[in-house]
Design a protein. Sequence first.
Lengths: 357, 357
Amino acid sequence: MMKLFKIAVIAGDGIGPEVINEGIKVLNKVAELDSDFKFDFTYFPWGCEFYSENGKMMDDDGIEQLKEFDAIYLGAVGFPGVPDHVSLWDLLLKIRKSFDQYVNIRPVTLLKGAHLPLVDVKREDIDMLFIRENSEGEYSGAGDWLFKGQEHEVVLQNGVFSRKGTERIIRYAFETAKKEGRSLTSISKGNALNYSMVFWDQVFEEVSAEYPEVETASYLVDAAAMLMIKDPKRFEVVVTSNLFGDILTDLGAAIAGGIGLAAGANINPERDYPSMFEPIHGSAPDIAGKGIGNPLASIWSASQMLDFFGYEEHGKVVLEAIEQLLLENEVLTPDMNGTASTSEVGDRIIDMIASII
Amino acid sequence: MMKLFKIAVIAGDGIGPEVINEGIKVLNKVAELDSDFKFDFTYFPWGCEFYSENGKMMDDDGIEQLKEFDAIYLGAVGFPGVPDHVSLWDLLLKIRKSFDQYVNIRPVTLLKGAHLPLVDVKREDIDMLFIRENSEGEYSGAGDWLFKGQEHEVVLQNGVFSRKGTERIIRYAFETAKKEGRSLTSISKGNALNYSMVFWDQVFEEVSAEYPEVETASYLVDAAAMLMIKDPKRFEVVVTSNLFGDILTDLGAAIAGGIGLAAGANINPERDYPSMFEPIHGSAPDIAGKGIGNPLASIWSASQMLDFFGYEEHGKVVLEAIEQLLLENEVLTPDMNGTASTSEVGDRIIDMIASII
Ligand SMILES: CC(C)[C@H](C(=O)O)[C@@H](O)C(=O)O
Ligand SMILES: CC(C)[C@H](C(=O)O)[C@@H](O)C(=O)O
């Protein structure tokens, strides 16, 4: 029986469409080489251009429209002229929240052939899997802006950590660590954030008791940022909050080949709603339209999509193709010191996939 | 006229007393070589040991007692057995807040002779001055813990950004950048933290208009973390919030010679209350009592104290002595791959100071 996966494509702004295009080529190639599944892509023109024409980032019933898909493939959102908090809250963050994509999975692994920027660290030492809370916490959106413009003006930003939200992400991380036979590190900040992170630490300890087979560690976020540079091999599977995950996975990208290689999956594990796959880089307005955006992050996130659909073998092939490309060191975009175009990189990856499968 | 500076010493826990001792030796040496000022040190036995005997981190009227001093010299606080949020909120954070030390100054400069851990970066590129908001924001301590133990348990952590608090730190940073003739970068997260950081960005823009001569830039905290590794020379003077400053200055320590070299000054610019100088490292319970804690961070913070009292020339001498010690590469503690003891390092610094002055 042939499986058909319906994918909603929100290519978005800037280099988004260019890089997503290569990811789609890759997914189609993988499907073509396998007879078991196919993809059906539906394009949604949402993003900042759409906003400037329609005064909104997506259709009013956009979330409704997306519901019927098996996954969402997102390029990048944001463009000068549209305030960031508008473009993101009305699209990226809205989707993450509406579809309860409470798990954000970000591999921070230095692939073979990728550039190692640290002197004291071995290549193999950079091999972490970040599991970031993706639905609440610091990104709850709750807050208040009082006495605007007056001397006693005060602005509140409220982190909201629910029992349910905290427990499920930590439990997901324990399940992952258990499955992979790796240790789990929690990153928090209980010494200063005297409610939320004390609670986080408590839940981590509670859930930990259910997984005696998983080795655990716990670090303060400041110490963790330092140790990711000084001694990254301490970290295997990592679980952390929404904001800390945001900061530390960008830092992770800096030591794992650059932002051009950093992929992220926004997962609703219960599969009640579509999950979303995206490169974690932005829309890079400075190079948009030049056809030189690096497509490797979106290709890596396509590999995550394959994993999610149960085709881990195929996901691995895509990653291997990326490694071969990096090792070959010939067809790379300018951000990786190459001279190739976005589509040349995609084409080369496809060749390599064909030679592996 | 001889000036006498009265310094309250809270050596604290773990390696705190050992490293502070060397800082005091250094301050006394500098004073001895100059006839213009002297220090008078008063020791306060506060910290976690005090807590285990008295059930509190400091005397009830501790803040009152400290008020009469010209500065506070702090080692490190925290020890296994006392929950971090107790030891810190009842001492370090309490002092920062009670004395309105709203400016936290942390140099992130790779000194001559210090180890450069990055492949793609030049030594001179790491030369930033972080100005961290130190009195409110994410560290307001405000929050709530509702429905404890129930399924709908929810924990709130409230960031509080006041007009006064936000404006004064940003203005302080502009003044510093102007004085130093360097650019000023604001680090925030307006795209996700839709109240506090939108406000921060707005205030930064407003104050910026008063300083047309200061070149400015603004980064998202995630991008900033990445760029500190990839391209640190972008950053000169940096202003950021309490939490972001915490994370990024530890990251800064990782690229600027390690946590053993990272100093911080908690300043009340109006001098209504004493300011506080501290190494930013912790109490390092694992090596406490062995006499091998690295005193360089507390010596650097002693240098900051000299700056604060208006003896910038003397502060510079102390920094030069640290550079000489690093370049000599002989008398270093184990964390810097040496075999020297804490006091041997202090003694060597004193020799070098004597030879410079
Ligand atoms: C664009 C922004 C809101 C987003 C975030 O902070 O989550 C991005 O940085 C990411 O990490 O996916
Ligand atoms: C100890 C802790 C509360 C403190 C902070 O987070 O401010 C420390 O990490 C620092 O940076 O001075």
